[in-house]
Design a protein around this ligand. Structure first.
Ligand SMILES: [Zn+2]
Ligand SMILES: [Zn+2]
Length: 683
């Protein structure tokens, strides 16, 4: 009898499917792609393993042969396959769903012959190569401490480094050491940090050994990089085409953890606290930090988590000694941390010392900066002109027709947009409900841009948010213009907080910090601290001390006081106590179960049923049915349940029981079409 193999197919139902290999064909190795018949279709899949267990005679007849083998050598490494398996178990999804996320272009496109245009994207680097900076004594000390932890067997190290402490220099130093030792490196950054500011600097040091990978590449560009890495260690003719003759460092966003890197020596997760490391939609809903740690373990590689504002979870593990902890407190070049001023908006409004949303002292300070030819960053974490339009008669805002959210007012072009689904429509002249007068409520970046331009007509103002950076080069163009001081004032959302360095910025102002704290999220304070600390880090470089002005209605807010003192430890202690008291991570692990259906009564009934089943199993660890603050998105009604399980408990058992309960709900015919989504460790 011919051999049998288990194959991963791009389907959500089962992990793998068994096929036979026709006589005369050798058994393809795990990680090789094959083409198989399924019903009346042909599908491309990846060999998981040889099937060695005996097959029941009743099924043996049903096993069909594979049609052909696509690759001469595996395109998925042994470690990648193991990572996929971990991911499907941990995040409760099928191997096929993981595969669809992991392989560029899914499986429908050819991976073997990248188009010519993509080849051009990998033209050899011809720019200058510069030596690494020497590390400052403080940086060198941190690098030594990190390496000492690794040598002593503590493979995961958290580098808690002050903003502008020069963490990148430390990374470069550690990467160089790995390359010299014949190892490759994976360097993860949040998507937004993949600017040429960082990559071109790395390129001047690593030249062709730097491989950049992110979601703004076309599928073809991503495929050529995938192919380059997967052929690195095979002695195929392709190898010459791709000129990868030495060790390399891959810098990429979240999805770079799926690249077939071999001989991996080190994974760096920069800005490890960033929520963008978590994939929210679709499956697998993985956290790249968790996946990176797993990947490193599979390779017996080291991990470095770096940030100025650690996630509570990571800092907790470092405090407990699970991770090594290295603190870098000195800013590079002796630059001091910025002074932080809190402006009491309540008092300013009472005294009528406001222009629009700018307090008079802030306006004066901006005027002074501009007179001194210094730059200013204005931070407002809402885009658009006004987050809401409200009827002055009935109080209702116009809502999105598909989602249950108020529409945001935009002026360029003048329209209302839904920030959940992108639906946009003309602004009605009067309230659609009652004919009353409509008024813009709250502030977005567009409104700040308008107000500052009216205050300072001579100033050159640019705005950076999702709306102004939609096309590929716009983001980079804005950064370049600001870095070259072709613009005086930059207005932006959290996009402006991410690892950018501008030498002439003296003042950073936060127009209103309060909305950051008023989020319905147990991480709201942690996030607010991280965001404010990151935005404050943009002020003051080389020689001048920066200033940060934060406007707020509540200057006594304890987190704002911690931001003023740059006191992360105080935030950590305060947050940890709350997390423990209210059963949140790191003491409990969370699972969110979301149900979606176009009919509200059905989804609610299903959620109620599942809640009852889960209560029998988990008791008070399961929440009541939650109606989210946005109840309907893109015409689907949503209900949620959360589970909070002690982190000491057996999670795989908990997940198994959860799946059983879901199957039980689904076994009721009317519930079959309710979509149920499981999110492990939701963000
Ligand atoms: Zn009305
Ligand atoms: Zn919508």
């Amino acid at each position: 009898m011919s051999g049998l193999i288990d194959i991963i197919l791009p389907l959500a139902l089962r992990d793998c499917y068994t096929y036979s290999v026709p006589e005369g064909l050798s058994i393809p190795a795990p990680g090789t792609r094959v083409i198989v018949p399924l019903l009346k279709k042909e599908l491309r899949g990846v060999v998981l393993r040889e099937h060695t267990e005996p097959i029941e005679p009743a099924f043996a007849d049903k096993i069909r042969p594979i049609l052909s083998v696509v690759d001469t050598a595996p395109v998925v490494t042994r470690e990648q396959l193991a990572l996929w398996q971990w991911m499907s178990r941990y995040y409760i999804c099928s191997l096929g769903e993981v595969m669809a996320a992991a392989l560029p272009g899914g499986l429908d496109k050819r991976l073997t012959d990248p188009p010519k245009r993509a080849r051009k994207a990998l033209a050899p680097y011809t720019g200058p190569i510069e030596p690494m900076h020497d590390l400052s004594p403080a940086q060198a000390k941190s690098a030594d401490e990190i390496e000492n932890f690794w040598r002593s067997g503590k493979d995961i190290v958290l580098l808690h480094g002050v903003t502008s402490g020069g963490k990148t220099d430390i990374y470069i130093h550690l990467i160089q050491a790995q390359l010299e030792a014949g190892k490759n490196v994976l360097y993860l950054v949040p998507e937004i940090a993949l600017t040429t500011q960082l990559t071109s600097r790395l390129q001047t040091i690593f030249g062709d050994r730097l491989i950049v990978y992110h979601s703004r590449f076309t599928e073809a560009e991503r495929e050529v990089r995938y192919k380059k890495l997967s052929t690195f260690h095979t002695a195929s003719a392709d190898r010459q085409n791709f000129q990868l003759s030495t060790n390399y460092v891959v810098i990429g966003a979240r999805s770079a953890i799926f690249l077939p890197i071999q001989d991996l020596g080190l994974v760096i997760v920069d800005e490890e606290h960033e929520p963008s490391y978590k994939q929210a939609e679709p499956n697998p809903r993985y956290h790249a930090r968790a996946a990176a740690i797993m990947l490193a373990q599979l390779h017996k590689a080291k991990v470095l988590l770096g940030t100025a504002t650690p996630s509570i979870e990571s800092y907790y593990l470092a405090q407990k000694g699970v991770y090594g902890l290295v603190s870098l407190t000195e800013r590079f070049g002796g630059v001091e941390l910025p002074d932080i001023q809190l402006i009491d908006l309540k008092r300013q409004y009472e005294r009528k010392e406001m222009y629009g949303h700018f307090s008079d002292p802030l306006v004066e300070r901006i005027r002074q900066c501009l007179a001194d030819h210094k730059q200013v960053i204005l931070f407002q974490n809402r885009r658009g002109y006004a987050p809401q339009i409200q009827c002055m008669q009935c109080g209702e805002p116009p809502r999105c027709v598909q989602c249950d959210v108020p529409m945001t007012l935009h002026l360029r072009p003048r329209e209302m947009r839904c920030h959940y689904c992108g639906y946009h429509t003309a602004v009605p002249a009067v309230c659609p409900q009652c004919g009353g007068e409509l008024k813009a409520i709250g502030i977005g970046t567009e409104r700040i841009e308008d107000e500052i331009q009216t205050l300072f007509p001579e100033a050159r103002v640019l705005r950076m948010d999702l709306d102004t950076t939609r096309n590929k080069s716009a983001y980079q163009d804005i950064i370049n213009a600001f870095a070259n001081h072709e613009c005086d004032i930059l207005v932006g959302t959290q996009m402006v907080t991410k690892g950018l360095h501008f030498d002439d910025v003296r003042l950073v102002a936060v127009l209103n910090a309060d909305p950051l704290f008023n989020q319905p999220d147990f991480r709201a304070y942690e996030r607010a601290f991280q965001m404010l600390e990151q935005v404050a880090g943009r002020a003051g470089r080389k020689g001048t001390k920066g200033e940060v002005w934060i406007q707020t209605f509540d200057p006594s807010n304890k987190v704002l006081q911690m931001v003023r003192e740059h006191d992360y430890i105080a935030l950590y202690n305060q947050q940890l106590a709350e997390r423990q008291m209210f059963h949140y991570p790191p003491f409990h692990r969370m699972i969110r179960v979301q149900m979606r259906h176009s009919k509200q009564p059905l989804v609610h009934a299903t959620a109620t049923q599942l809640q009852a089943y889960l209560s029998q199993i988990f008791g008070r660890r399961v929440s009541a049915v939650i109606i989210p603050s946005v109840e309907r998105v893109q015409a689907y009604y949503i209900r949620e349940l959360t589970l909070r399980i002690e982190s000491t408990a057996n999670m795989s058992e908990a997940k198994r029981r959860l799946q059983e309960a879901i199957d039980q709900v689904w076994s009721v015919p009317s519930n079959k079409n309710v979509k149920i989504i499981i999110d492990i460790d939701p963000i």
